[in-house]
Design a protein around this ligand. Structure first.
Ligand code: SF4
Length: 397
């Protein structure tokens, strides 16, 4: 399927310039008086306060909130919508933690528990997809018996076999765990992995930073302060990362606002976050399965509020595995500029009842983006343009 070249994209819509400047915006309309001052701040490019964020969560005027988020999204990215060709690798689901939010982690020796030998990780990396992959996304459970060297060898072995593929691996939660089993500080772990070939880190494990909520959904995990501290360390040693927020369980508006404001404050200090990814909670097969799944309204609003509050995050991603490809497509008009990638094989959310496909082909992503009236832009993990011919894949540097 057709996708424009990077040069063509630059001509059609500048990534850095305000592509909306020559576009006739339809006027902002709302019946919600709380949104008027927020509109004025957004137009003046002023930072939104925690109270503004609360007002956005509490407003039912989703079209007005979407208008504001779309305005910011177009100011930052014009019509471009990013995607990548990636593969997820979940090397083990064995986990010493027992987070109530989780349908993926298993105790060792129970049915369904698995741990990949290193050869298996490398074979998995090479299998199942014919288009050249630009990123491996690697996360797993917290396995009590795997030695620290397993993780170093996993990274080094992948880098040796696939030197052209970006390795985005291990959440802040995994890094904290590895620091215990490796008997070294999280900073030393990060440096060791970087030396072995780690290129950047995903944003998982952040959940909701509030202690009250973490106690209910994931009390075996590091706390929110530790997550933020390890993210800071990763950025300081030169590893970019993403950040996530799991929403739609037992948290309230204040908890979500607190989470966003803490991320924004850290980003002011480090500028190390690339992308924020709100993750819709999937209750099925978890101890919290009595809770409801998120609604379309909540998913749209979460993307839009994230775009408006996280003014220092370059990208807001709508993860199609969580919200469905159809909803991800619509969010491209509600603040999202990225819909993730091909994925190929996903276990964590499918164990929790996600009914989305395991993978989308490159042309599926391009179609979703094009039919949303956006311009598809294949990126690598660092958001550099990827150019493909029949036989080659080139990343602009
Ligand atoms: S969420 Fe992560 S740490 Fe918690 S039980 Fe699941 S795999 Fe383990």
């Amino acid at each position: 399927m057709w996708a424009p070249s990077y040069d063509m994209i630059k001509r059609m819509s500048s990534v850095s310039d305000h592509a909306t400047s020559d576009r006739k915006l339809h006027p902002f309309q709302t019946d919600d008086t709380r949104l008027r001052p927020i509109h004025d701040k957004v137009m003046a490019q002023e930072r939104l306060s925690a109270d503004d964020a609360l007002a956005l969560y509490r407003s039912g005027d989703i079209l007005a909130i979407g208008w504001l988020a779309n305005h910011v999204r177009e100011r930052m990215h014009g019509d471009i919508a990013y995607f990548n060709v990636n593969r997820h690798i979940n090397y083990t689901n064995v986990c010493v933690a027992a987070c109530r939010l989780c349908a993926f982690g298993r105790k060792k020796d129970v049915p369904g528990a698995y741990t990949m030998a290193l050869e298996e990780v490398w074979n998995t990396a090479a299998s199942g997809y014919t288009e050249a992959i630009t990123e491996f996304h690697i996360v797993g459970g917290l396995h009590a018996d795997l030695p620290f060297q397993y993780y170093v060898d996993l990274i080094a072995g992948l880098k040796e076999r696939f030197p052209q593929v970006h390795l985005k691996a291990f959440t802040m939660v995994e890094i904290a765990f590895f620091s215990k089993i490796g008997k070294m500080s999280p900073r030393e772990v990060l440096i060791k992995f970087k030396e072995a070939g780690l290129d950047s880190m995903p944003g998982g494990g952040a959940e909701i930073f509030s202690d009250r909520i973490r106690h209910i959904i994931c009390d075996h995990k590091i706390d929110g302060g530790q997550w933020l501290e390890i993210a800071r360390m990763a950025h300081e040693v030169g590893l970019k990362s993403n950040a996530t927020m799991l929403y739609g369980h037992v948290e309230n508006d204040e908890d979500r606002v607190d989470h966003l404001i803490k991320l924004r404050a850290l980003q002011d200090d480090t500028h190390g976050f690339q992308t924020f990814i709100p993750l819709a909670f999937h209750p099925e097969n978890t101890p919290l399965q009595h809770l409801h799944s998120t609604t379309g309204m909540a998913d749209l609003k979460q993307i839009a509020v994230s775009r408006l509050v996280l003014d220092n995050f370059p990208h807001i991603k709508s993860y199609w595995q969580m919200v469905t490809p159809k909803m991800a497509q619509i969010t491209l008009r509600f603040g999202a500029d990225d819909i993730d990638g091909t994925v190929v094989e996903e276990k964590i959310y499918h164990d929790a009842g996600a009914t989305t496909p395991q993978m989308l082909r490159r042309q599926d992503l391009i179609r979703l983006i094009t039919e949303a009236g956006r311009i598809p832009f294949e990126r690598d993990t660092m958001y550099r343009p990827v150019t493909r011919t029949e036989t080659t894949v080139t990343v602009a540097v």
